[in-house]
Design a protein around this ligand. Structure first.
Ligand SMILES: [Zn+2]
Length: 366
């Protein structure tokens, strides 16, 4: 800010007077200033240079020379806090219109990003596995939050049969994953895999965890079980714990009840007509998952990679806990070669699909 060719624009902020002090507020940022006539000075600068670029000389002209150093110091302070834009000579002229800001722009400004940058970092493909209310809701939220291209994947154990019966055409917009090669292709073609189970059942998501791991793709499981939402862990292959690690740890807590628990879980898709669900829970789960995906894409801190987020609506609680790698995890442990996961046999076997289908939806055949 040393010469006449420097053009300055103040970002919109709120000016709050409190006695001899004034506060500048933008988003979550609040900065206090003191001094005689400081409120009038800032108000004048705002009037001149909010929403348009003004040369430094023009900006100082209305003030007595004795105050210039103080004003320049004030502008430097704003610049340190990213509350001014500065353009030098040779750049774009000051007459270029400044795009108007939305509340979302101000939100991302707090993290040092612009809406345009958010669009750039969300420019990749996400596979949303699960033709159910949760998967559909998540797809809608993602289309609002960023620039991702989404592919909705119909995985029969995760399918909500009631909504497919009500709107058969939904299936036309989905990619099927009934054969192992189809599932492999889906995962290969995307950057992130999100699997959604709205009737509970961590086991239903495990095949996708294993497949994403094998192909080195980040994976996010989203689960609704009664009034509890479980999001994560967001799995980064070879870096964080995976969903199977969480499962191994759960099993060690369940002790002798493992068998009963897993049996109930395996039969969840067939019992979906008996599951209680509330649209508020599904909507919150979709929003929560979409926001986590945004945080991951834009690297907004603090990152919750490798953490399990559990939200209980009836208990009014939300807890984030780190999931540790399980030494004997069948998917991500270095010892896994001894018990390699075989998707073809464990989950994508046509016989299993036929079995699930026959016991599941009232329509029977796919
Ligand atoms: Zn693991």
């Amino acid at each position: 800010m040393s010469d006449v060719d420097v053009f300055i624009r103040l970002l919109p902020f709120q000016l709050i007077e409190s006695g001899a002090r004034v506060f500048i507020r933008r988003g979550a940022r609040r900065i206090a200033f003191e001094g005689d006539g400081i409120a009038d000075t800032i108000a004048k600068l705002q009037e001149m240079a909010t929403d348009n670029f003004v040369s430094r000389r023009d900006l100082l002209a209305p003030f007595a020379p004795v105050h210039h150093d103080r004003i320049v110091e004030f502008l430097r302070h704003l610049a340190k806090n990213r509350l001014v834009n500065v353009r030098n000579s040779g750049g774009v002229g000051p007459e270029e219109p400044v795009p108007s800001e939305t509340q979302e722009d101000v939100f991302f400004w707090q993290f040092g990003m612009t809406g345009n940058e958010i669009r750039q970092v969300t420019d990749f493909r996400i596979a949303i596995v699960g033709l159910n209310q949760l998967g559909l809701g998540l797809r809608d939220r993602l289309s609002e939050f960023g620039n991702w291209a989404t592919t909705l994947v119909d995985d029969i154990p995760l399918r909500n049969h009631a909504i497919v019966e009500a709107a058969e055409e939904l299936k036309q917009f989905c990619v099927k994953s009934q054969r192992a090669e189809e599932a492999e292709e889906i995962v290969q073609s995307c950057t992130l895999v999100v699997a959604c189970a709205e009737f509970g059942g961590i086991g239903l998501l495990k095949p996708w965890n294993a497949l994403a791991f094998r192909q080195g793709k980040p994976f996010l499981p989203v689960l609704i079980e009664d009034a509890t939402i479980r999001l994560g862990p967001l799995v980064i292959p070879e870096q964080t714990a995976c969903l199977a690690c969480l499962d191994v740890r759960h099993n060690s807590h369940l002790r002798e009840k493992v068998h009963d628990h897993r049996l109930i879980e395996a039969l969840l898709p067939q019992g979906q007509a008996f599951v209680g669900a509330h649209p508020a829970v599904t909507a919150i789960a979709g929003n929560l998952a979409a926001f986590e995906i945004l945080r991951f894409s834009a690297n907004l801190s603090p990152r919750r990679v490798g953490k399990l987020i559990e939200m209980n609506l009836m208990g009014s609680s939300m807890i984030a806990s780190r999931v540790l790698k399980a030494p004997r995890c069948p998917v991500c442990s270095p010892l896994r070669h001894a018990s390699k996961v075989n998707l073809e046999k464990t989950s994508l076997n046509p016989e299993r699909w036929a079995q699930v289908e026959a016991m599941g939806g009232r329509n029977g055949a796919d």
